[in-house]
Write a protein of this length. Structure first.
Length: 300
């Protein structure tokens, strides 16, 4: 007997969820239903796909091989169904998008309503994480990556660039005097990142010719927190333009040392797993971002 798509879907979902219980929740069926599907699949194949212990599930060598085939089969089925829906101009299905919390909050959320109005049949799941996630493991269709890309298994579409700038609240600068040189920053409270230390390198050159790398007087794990700290008058911060559009427009934050800033931009890419068939939903969302972001949130 040949395996069914339902059995293959159960197997893939168990692997991606890390547990049979998690797979049951995602699929909307009972735990026993998932277990039976796995047992039938292994009996049909005459092979053990997963080693089950009380604590974890582990793929066997046969399981890893079959998993890759299942992913391709299920992706092909999705593509075929989407092709038929596309003929009637009715894109549908789930689209899971991952981005850093700050990018999600300041860029994607403000424009997401227009995307939903255009494509009401697409169900969006917006996932945020400060660190890069495994797209396959987290079942992410499309991720937004800011900065240099290291993972060669990802295909990228450049959406634009976001410059960096130094900012502080007018109240802070009034209390502590506006710095006139890079050297003056030594007298100030500098706000930076607690976990992503490479973001504490600012686009300024010291007298010794080296790029300024700060030790924050006050550190936070997210850009959103740093913005609020800067608005509250806690110090000077260096952030990407897309995060600070509104507070700059309102005058809550103003530029610091604008004549000393060296042009330094962060590339913003939409990425997806290279071996995954690009779905219509993913392609539509990438096209939407490429239409909306340049000139509004990013430089071309």
């Amino acid at each position: 007997m040949k395996s069914t798509l339902e059995e293959q879907q159960a197997f893939v979902t168990v692997v991606d969820s890390g547990s049979i219980t998690g797979a049951a929740e995602r699929l909307g069926i009972t735990v026993s239903g998932v277990s039976r599907a796995l047992n039938r699949l292994e009996q049909k194949l005459g092979a053990t796909l997963l080693r089950r212990t009380t604590r974890r599930l582990e793929l066997t060598e046969e399981g890893e091989t079959f998993l890759n085939h299942c992913r391709r089969i299920l992706a092909a089925v999705d593509e075929a169904e989407e092709a038929m829906l596309d003929r009637h101009n009715q894109p549908q299905g789930r689209l899971r998008v991952n981005a850093a919390p700050s990018f999600m909050q300041f860029v994607i959320v403000p424009i997401i309503g227009e995307f939903r109005a255009r494509y009401p049949g697409i169900t969006l799941e917006l996932d945020t994480h400060d660190r890069f996630v495994d797209l396959l493991e987290q079942r992410v269709d499309l991720a937004i990556r800011i900065g240099k890309l290291e993972d060669s298994s990802l295909h990228a579409r450049l959406l634009g660039y976001s410059p960096l700038r130094l900012l502080a609240s007018p109240a802070y600068l009034e209390r502590h005097c506006t710095p006139q040189s890079v050297h003056d920053l030594q007298k100030h409270s500098l706000l930076g990142f607690s976990q992503l230390d490479h973001l504490n390198q600012w686009p300024l050159t010291c007298t010794d010719g080296k790029r300024l790398h700060i030790t924050p007087a006050l550190a936070a794990s997210s850009g959103s927190t740093l913005i609020e700290l800067a608005i509250a008058g806690q110090g000077i911060v260096c952030l990407a333009d897309f995060m600070t559009i509104l507070p700059r427009q309102k005058g809550a934050l103003v530029d610091v040392l604008p004549d000393h800033i060296e042009l330094q931009t962060q590339a913003v890419n939409a990425v997806y797993y290279r071996q995954t068939t690009l779905s219509q939903r993913t392609r539509l969302f990438m096209d939407f971002l490429a239409e909306q972001l340049p000139g509004r949130y990013l430089q071309g």
